[in-house]
Design a protein around this ligand. Structure first.
Ligand code: C2E
Ligand code: MG
Ligand code: MG
Ligand code: MG
Length: 289
């Protein structure tokens, strides 16, 4: 009986593993076709100056509207795209869409685009970015590339070279999700970042939970200030957190309180309005859900 049960269990695991594998394979297969089937689009989330409720820019966030499964989160498919060699194409699609859209915004409004470590390590990345900027006549200072610590895992001479070329192109660089990885201060010393994005895990609920989150945010702000870098707090959802973030001297705020990721059309309207109010956008919904 024990053996039978054991075998049954074994079969169950095998079946589960099998369905997981085919599920992943199916997703990978669909992902390969997603761009040409025009299932992907870019959503834009406002980044607001902490002091004055003025739009500083928008972050471009890729969306995949799967014909059968509906919206699939980038957290689910970016990793697959990286493993399967598709991130380059997807990343270039996001960059081109985002710069093309931002070209319609007022000059002071920036666009931030996430750059996967794999894109960063592509020897042609600077040429690709330069080509997109020139196609739209877009000033490089208006483009901010969001980079995670993952880029520092690769060969450091090549990494240094890429940073130098991106800097000489004139684009801005932001260190994304700061505080979640190794957060080595060596990275801040080495790489020419213009901004640190403080990860949501320190920000969300900072006013109501432990004082430690506030202390960590304060320390990051002090560090960034002395290195002449901006700071953005990600994931601000409540007035209490917004109040605290302002008090701590963070320069910019990004979070549902000022708007969820929205369509290009909605972003264009918002970019052209002079002020944005906290929770003033109740009508904003995740695009096409
Ligand atoms: P990220 O770059 O840190 O982007 C911020 C994420 O936090 C976005 O999730 C955004 O919708 C979410 N967020 C912003 N404010 C709030 C808030 O107040 N509350 C909550 N609960 N969430 C908030 P999203 O769009 O699902 O993207 C997740 C991650 O996927 C991104 O994290 C980024 O790492 C990756 N990603 C998205 N688009 C791209 C892309 O075009 N290229 C690459 N390489 N990665 C991307
Ligand atoms: Mg980002
Ligand atoms: Mg982030
Ligand atoms: Mg993130």
């Amino acid at each position: 009986a024990a053996k039978a049960a054991g075998r049954g269990k074994h079969c169950f695991y095998e079946a589960a593993m099998h369905s997981e594998a085919t599920d992943r394979q199916r997703l990978e297969h669909d992902l390969r076709l997603a761009l040409e089937r025009q299932e992907m689009f870019v959503a834009y989330q406002p980044i607001v100056l902490a002091a004055g409720e003025e739009i500083s820019g928008f972050e471009a966030l890729v969306r995949w509207n799967h014909p059968a499964r509906g919206m699939i989160s980038p957290d689910k498919f970016i990793g697959i795209a990286e493993e399967c060699g598709m991130i380059g194409k997807i990343g270039e699609f996001v960059l081109r869409s985002a710069v093309g859209e931002a070209a319609h915004w007022p000059e002071h409004v920036r666009i931030a685009v996430n750059l996967s470590p794999i894109q960063f390590n592509d020897p042609h990345i600077t040429d690709t970015i330069a080509a997109v900027l020139s196609d739209y006549g877009f000033r490089p200072e208006r483009l901010e590339l969001e980079i995670t610590e993952g880029v520092f895992l690769a060969d450091s001479d090549a990494t240094d070279g890429t940073f130098a070329r991106l800097k000489s192109l004139g684009v801005r660089l932001a260190l994304d999700d700061f505080g979640t990885g190794y957060s080595s201060l060596g990275y801040l010393k080495k790489a020419p970042f213009d901004k640190i994005k403080i990860d949501q895990s320190f920000v969300r609920g900072a006013a109501s939970t432990t004082k430690r989150n506030g202390a960590i945010i304060r320390a990051i702000v002090t560090l960034a200030d002395s290195l002449d870098m901006d700071t953005t707090a990600e994931g601000v959802e409540t007035h209490d957190d917004l109040f605290l973030i302002r008090e701590l001297g963070v320069s910019q705020v990004q979070g549902y309180i000022f708007g969820k990721p929205m369509t290009g059309e909605e972003a264009r309207k918002l970019a052209n309005s002079s002020r944005v109010e906290a929770e003033g956008f109740q009508c904003i919904r995740e695009p096409r859900q």
